[in-house]
Design a protein around this ligand. Structure first.
Ligand code: ADP
Length: 157
């Protein structure tokens, strides 16, 4: 079975993430969406809230599982017996950082492959930060996030 892990902060999940998750789910037998527990990074939603929103947003995808992890991604992948790591690329600006991370992960575990997927054009400027910025000022985010997330943002602000 080909298992891929799609890691990130997902604070909160957007249509950009969902695009990558949907496309990944067509290619791999199983996609584990893994929310990184990072106490250093300030977040709007708790890990539990982010996991719950992801679960609701991917409920239509039977081969997608949502989980959270602590520590090194490579260790988590070993535990889950996943050999593929999915990352989305938006602009050229994502490239340098992603190259660095992919290269260190390769060094840590040579069996792990990073699989990059280019964003669909309509989402190339979409990020969780932009969504939060827009929602904070009570503007509509209905084109950017699924309805459950829109509702959760309305509750937060
Ligand atoms: P991180 O903090 O690890 O970048 P994110 O939650 O911001 O976590 O993103 C998780 C993954 O989703 C990353 O691979 C990121 O490049 C990808 N991603 C985020 N937004 C988009 C988008 N609009 N289109 C394609 N991929 C995206």
């Amino acid at each position: 079975m080909r298992i891929a892990v799609c890691p990130g902060s997902f604070d909160p999940v957007t249509y950009g993430h969902l695009d990558i998750i949907h496309r990944g789910a067509k290619i791999f037998d199983k996609v584990i969406v893994a929310v990184l527990i990072n106490s250093k990074k300030e977040s709007l939603f708790t890990v539990e809230e982010r996991v719950e929103l992801l679960r609701q947003a991917t409920a239509d995808l039977p081969n997608v599982e949502v989980d959270s992890f602590n520590g090194l991604l490579i260790d988590y992948m070993r535990k889950r017996q996943a050999k593929v790591l999915i990352r989305g690329l938006r602009a050229v600006s994502d490239f340098e950082y992603e190259m660095q991370v992919a290269s260190i992960n390769k060094k840590l575990d040579d069996d792990v492959e990073t699989f990059f997927m280019m964003t669909s054009n309509q989402y190339s400027y979409l990020s969780s930060s932009i969504v939060k910025e827009v929602a904070r000022f009570k503007a509509s985010v209905s084109d950017l996030v699924p309805p459950v997330v829109e509702q959760a943002l309305r509750t937060k602000f």
